[in-house]
Write a protein that binds this ligand. Structure first.
Ligand code: ATP
Ligand code: MG
Length: 424
């Protein structure tokens, strides 16, 4: 193992005031009780890079029960690992006990293909540094001395703006293939490059993502696409052959759809998502899935219609097929997939502009999402410009003017659609 390097404040410049008060309370309480406790991971990395950390994680020599004794508002949680959440009202800070790399002990279990399936093995700070993913994520900040502790030459990689896996890259990706996605996420977020040995195994090992639970991949997908760098993330995921492991149907569409309309749709959606995140506006995962799967769902709908099924039923059947297929790689919790389905099934309603239907439609609680989706389709090249303009204007009017507008809407279109529907 490399020697520990202690970096003083004068060389890193992180000061106490940049660390959230709650994290300081925890660090001080654990140190006072005789335990080692450090700020670690993304917070140290982001502060060094002059970015605002998303969260302040703490690593300590105290075991979860000992943390709870020192800080009674602690709740011990544990799925993959046992972790302490120290609560401050509804907010909490995650405090993890130092863990050893799995191969240091017979208690850490590894499956036949090299995956960690259980690694709740406590260790020393040096061991905890080595079991982390990238060197830049393994820096420990000591609040009591103001020093950063570096066991893996992480500072050097921060300076060189590169991501380097700790240890043998192939082995580390095999242990946890999600590290490949994390590599892409940090590249996009930090603008860092991949150190050549960290980069080289990714394409070959990308299929290992299929061994990861779809629910975990859902969480990772949100981090990938809802962090404000979705456009870049998308192209990097494709470049490293990881995208098709998450969204195989989308990759198939991108290959099939030669006109580029679908790629336009995806790019416009990701661009909008980035803008919304940067503007602190909410984003709904349902929309992301609606976009990613649109081309395949549309294809399915046409197929069912050609088999003689009515339009709406065809869309429902296609939606079920496509969602069932997608959740085999990335799960979509029901609360989101229901909205995705509604966005799709509502697309057919924009052609009906006669009063009763139009007024009912804008009252629907999913109207806004369906409308945004339709206008996105229009802006990415589908022939829906007129519909987008009509509904944009319609929503902005007073009730009286809405009546005038929908009365003037072509009743022929309404009748024509009705006849077509009856024939089926
Ligand atoms: P973010 O800014 O996205 O929160 P982060 O680096 O803090 O980035 P987290 O997912 O919050 O990422 O994880 C906290 C720390 O835990 C990481 O910095 C890293 O040291 C360690 N870690 C997380 N996931 C893994 C993993 N799959 N393998 C090894 N270490 C990991
Ligand atoms: Mg974090």
């Amino acid at each position: 193992m490399k020697n520990i390097v202690r970096i003083p404040f004068s060389q890193h410049g992180i000061n106490e005031r940049q660390i959230c008060k709650k994290a300081q309370i925890i660090l001080n309480a654990l140190t006072k009780a005789g335990y080692e406790a450090y700020l670690v991971g993304g917070a140290v990395r982001d502060l060094l890079l002059g970015k605002q950390p998303k969260d302040f994680d703490i690593a300590t020599s105290a075991h979860p029960e000992q943390i709870k004794k020192v800080l009674p508002s602690t709740r011990i949680i544990g799925r993959r690992f046992r972790l302490a959440h120290v609560h401050f009202g509804r907010e909490f800070i995650e405090v993890a006990t130092f863990r050893a790399p799995h191969d240091k002990s017979d208690k850490g279990l590894v499956s036949n293909d090299g995956r960690i399936i259980h690694d709740n093995v406590y260790g020393t700070i040096a061991e905890d540094a080595l079991r982390r993913d990238f060197t830049i994520n393994a820096l420990f900040y000591d609040l009591s001395t103001g020093e950063i502790l570096d066991f893996v030459d992480g500072m050097q990689d921060i300076e060189q703006r590169q991501l380097r896996l700790i240890g043998d890259p192939s082995r580390r990706y095999r242990e946890d293939p999600v590290r490949m996605l994390r590599a892409i996420r940090f590249m996009a977020k930090l603008g860092f490059s991949l150190e050549p040995e960290t980069k080289s195994p990714i394409r070959e090992l990308s299929p290992l993502l299929s061994t990861i639970a779809p629910a975990r991949l859902f969480d990772e997908s949100l981090k990938l696409f809802h962090s404000g760098y979705a456009v870049l993330t998308f192209s990097l995921l494709r470049k490293y052959l990881l995208f098709s492991c998450l969204f195989p149907l989308t990759e198939q569409s991108l290959k099939e759809e030669e006109s580029g309309l679908f790629l336009n749709l995806v790019m416009s959606a990701l661009n909008n998502t980035d803008k919304r995140i940067q503007g602190n506006k909410p984003v709904n995962p349902a929309f992301l899935f609606a976009v990613m799967l649109w081309h395949q769902v549309k294809k399915g709908e046409i197929m069912y219609r050609e088999m003689g099924n009515p339009e709406l039923q065809s869309m429902h059947m296609a939606a079920s097929d496509i969602l069932t297929c997608q959740v085999k790689s990335v799960a979509i919790p029901r609360r989101f997939s229901n909205i995705t389905r509604e966005i799709w099934t509502m697309q057919g309603r924009f052609q009906f502009k006669a009063c009763r239907r139009a007024l009912n439609f804008i009252e629907n609680k999913r109207f806004r999402a369906a409308y945004d989706f339709m206008c996105l389709r229009a802006s990415s090249g589908e022939p829906l410009e007129e519909d987008c303009e009509w509904w944009t204007l319609f929503q902005s009017l007073s009730s009286e003017d809405q009546l005038t507008m929908c009365n003037a809407a072509s009743p022929q279109k309404y009748k024509r659609s009705g006849r077509r529907r009856r024939r089926k």
